[in-house]
Design a protein around this ligand. Sequence first.
Ligand SMILES: Nc1nc2c(ncn2[C@@H]2O[C@H](COP(=O)(O)OP(=O)(O)O)[C@@H](O)[C@H]2O)c(=O)[nH]1
Ligand SMILES: [Mg+2]
Length: 323
Amino acid sequence: MEKCAQPTCFVPDTGCDLGHTDLTKCPIWHGARAADETAGNNLSGEMLMPWSGSAFGLADLRFVSGRAKPIVIGVVGPQNAGKTTLLAAWYLLLGRGLTGPEGRLFAGSYTLSGWEAAAGAMRWTPGQPPRFPPHTTSRGGRAPGLLHLTFRDEDGGAPVDYLFTDAPGEWFQRWAINTDSAEGAGARWVSDHADAFMIVADREALAGEAMGSARGSLQFIARRLGAERGARPVALVWTKADVDIPTEMEEAVRSAVMDAMPDAAEHSVSVVGTPGTDPLLNTGVGLTGLLKWATDVRRPGVDLPPPASTSGDSLFIYGGRKP
Ligand SMILES: Nc1nc2c(ncn2[C@@H]2O[C@H](COP(=O)(O)OP(=O)(O)O)[C@@H](O)[C@H]2O)c(=O)[nH]1
Ligand SMILES: [Mg+2]
């Protein structure tokens, strides 16, 4: 089937961007087989939504940015560092009601299929141990993949949208060396648009045979992030906390990150539960605390001045000068 001329319409992957259930009625769509496809759709009684539920690409962002600009959390780190696993673990814990940021309630997601794709392999089913998600490649279709969550304060209040970037580590390694490299363009998007960053230090890689190069690439990424982030919050996240690493290595990495970003928060996480606990009740290590850190991120807002006078015309109160 042909593509639609409307740049933000992804028929037939999703439904018509302008909302036409019958494509023949769409003023933009001129696909050759529009009539056939529509007839097929009607027969099966299926109506496609204008979004797919997969991880968002940049064109899909308007679904959440209409209400207010969402908070973007950039998950930055080399490949195989456990970035996707961390996001998937949050999703599974939220879904099972085992965690949630204090005082906030889960209020929806436009990317449930995207979360499922990351987490599906980690689900525990009887007779089949949970596995880790497949590697996120830099050749993935919609890039960078953004996973969406909405939370609402328990005591009312407006819902807040969050987007977590699930990008391949290769991008950040290229970007760390050259911010303008074509292969690192996705990482550059993250660095330009994120409201906060999690820089991921992989304890397994830092303890393994290639520990020297793992440390080197993390140092590069930390230096680059330190130069690019301005005043935006950062957390140093040690993943695979169940793996021991030499103290000198831990110190070297910590000081590389802290030298570049002295105000960075520090968190250690692992999806491996404490031995002996029921796998169904495994909440991992440190995952809830890190989710709270991420959802506490707020964009610096504008403080409106207090009303200048209550006797004047209320239409002009906010623009009023102090007497
Ligand atoms: N021991 C341990 N291994 C982990 C943990 N989280 C992830 N891993 C391992 O890290 C590998 C890469 O994870 P992935 O999330 O795909 O990394 P990404 O490339 O940064 O997204 C997985 O296949 C696991 O083997 C953890 O908490 N503990
Ligand atoms: Mg990944």
